[in-house]
Design a protein around this ligand. Structure first.
Ligand code: NAD
Length: 287
C-alpha cells in the first residue's frame, strides 16, 4: 500500500479563493503590513512570497524593511503606529528576529485584532479557551489541509510531535477544538515510537530530518509532515525533505509531501487571516 498524497496546492487554492471572495465583498481592500528586519535570505524570500501572493489575492500589501541593528523602541513605535492606523488591517513581523529584539515583546506590541500571525498572548489564550480569534497560520493551514481531504478528526487519536509556539502548541489546541484526543510529544518524550504508534492523525513538527520512520506509524494513519530541510543528495545536488522518512509512505494511509504539502497552506492561511481581521475591524463579522 502507498499512502494517498495530501498535496497542499489544491487545498491552498481553495483557501486563496475564499480569501479573494471575502476580500472583494469588503468596502476597502484589506491591507497587510509585513515587517522584516535585516537581510536573512530565508526571511527575504518568505516576505517576498507573502507580499506577492497578497497582491494576487486582491489585498494591499506593504513591506517595511528595517536594518539589522534597528533599536527595539523604533520597532515598537512602528507597531504602535500601525496598530493605531485604521487603514492597516493585518501586521506581521517576520521571524526570526536578531537576538537584541525579544520576540515576546514584539508580539505583545501588535494590536491583537491585527495580529495575523496569532502570536499575541491574547490570541494564544483565546485559542486555548476555545474562543474565536486569530490563530497561527501553519497550524490553521494543517487543519484546513486535513479538512480539504476529508480526514476525520472528531473522536480520533491525534499525536503532535513538537511543542513550539509556532506550530506544535497551536496545532494541538486546534485539534482539541476539533474534538480529537490530543497527545503532545517533544524532545524529552521517552520512547517516541510508542506514542506516535497510537496516532490516527500524526502531525510532525520537530525540525529533525527523517525523525519519524515507518515502524513508528500506525498502518493507515494520516501523517502531516511540517518539517522542511535542505539536504545534499549523493550526487551533491540539494533537495528538500521533511521530518518524516520516505518509507512512511508504505505504512500511512495518507501523507503530506515535502515540499508541496503544508508549505503552501501557511501563506494562503495568512491571507485568509488578514481578510478575517479586516472583516472584524470593519464590523463585518464577530471574530
Ligand atoms: P522548533 O525547533 O521551534 O521546535 C521543535 C519542537 O520539536 C520542539 O518542541 C522540540 O521539543 C521537538 N523536538 C525536537 N527534536 C525532537 C525529537 N527528537 N523527538 C521529539 N520531539 C522533538 O521548530 P518549529 O518552529 O516548530 O518548526 C518545526 C519544523 O517545521 C522545522 O523544520 C521548520 O522549518 C518547519 N516549519 C515549516 C513551516 C511551513 O510552513 N511548512 C512553518 C513553520 C515551521
Amino acid at each position: 500500500m502507498t499512502a494517498a498524497v495530501l498535496a497542499g496546492a489544491p487545498a491552498a487554492q481553495a483557501l486563496l479563493g475564499e480569501a479573494r471572495r471575502r476580500a472583494a465583498a469588503l468596502p476597502v481592500r484589506p491591507h497587510l503590513h509585513l515587517i522584516r528586519v535585516g537581510q536573512d535570505p530565508a526571511s527575504l524570500s518568505y516576505v517576498r512570497g507573502k507580499d506577492r501572493q497578497a497582491r494576487e489575492a486582491g489585498l494591499r500589501s506593504t513591506v517595511h524593511a528595517l536594518p539589522e541593528d534597528v533599536a527595539l523602541p523604533a520597532l515598537l513605535a512602528l507597531l504602535d503606529h500601525l496598530s493605531a492606523d485604521p487603514e492597516a488591517h493585518g501586521i506581521l513581523v517576520q521571524l526570526p528576529l536578531p537576538p537584541h529584539l525579544p520576540p515576546a515583546a514584539v508580539q505583545a506590541a501588535t494590536d491583537p485584532r491585527k495580529d495575523v500571525d496569532g502570536f499575541h498572548p491574547l490570541n494564544v489564550g483565546r485559542l486555548w479557551a476555545g474562543q474565536p480569534g486569530l490563530a497561527p497560520c501553519t497550524a490553521l493551514g494543517i487543519l484546513a489541509l486535513l479538512r480539504h481531504y476529508g480526514q476525520p478528526l472528531s473522536g480520533r487519536s491525534a499525536v503532535v510531535v513538537g511543542r513550539s509556539p509556532i506550530v506544535g502548541r497551536p496545532v494541538a489546541g486546534l485539534l482539541l477544538a476539533a474534538d480529537a484526543t490530543v497527545t503532545v510529544a517533544h524532545l524529552r518524550t521517552p520512547d517516541l515510537g510508542r506514542v506516535t504508534r497510537d496516532a490516527d492523525v500524526l502531525i510532525v513538527a520537530a525540525g529533525q530530518p527523517h525523525l519519524i520512520t515507518a515502524d513508528m506509524v500506525r498502518p493507515g494513519a494520516a501523517v502531516v509532515d511540517v518539517g522542511i530541510h535542505r539536504l545534499t543528495g549523493p550526487g551533491g545536488a540539494p533537495h528538500l525533505t521533511g521530518d518524516v522518512h520516505p518509507g512512511v509512505a508504505q505504512v500511512a494511509g495518507a501523507l503530506t509531501p515535502v515540499p508541496g504539502g503544508v508549505g503552501p497552506m501557511t501563506v494562503a492561511q495568512l491571507l485568509l487571516n488578514t481578510v478575517q481581521a479586516a472583516e472584524a475591524q470593519l464590523g463585518r463579522s464577530a471574530a
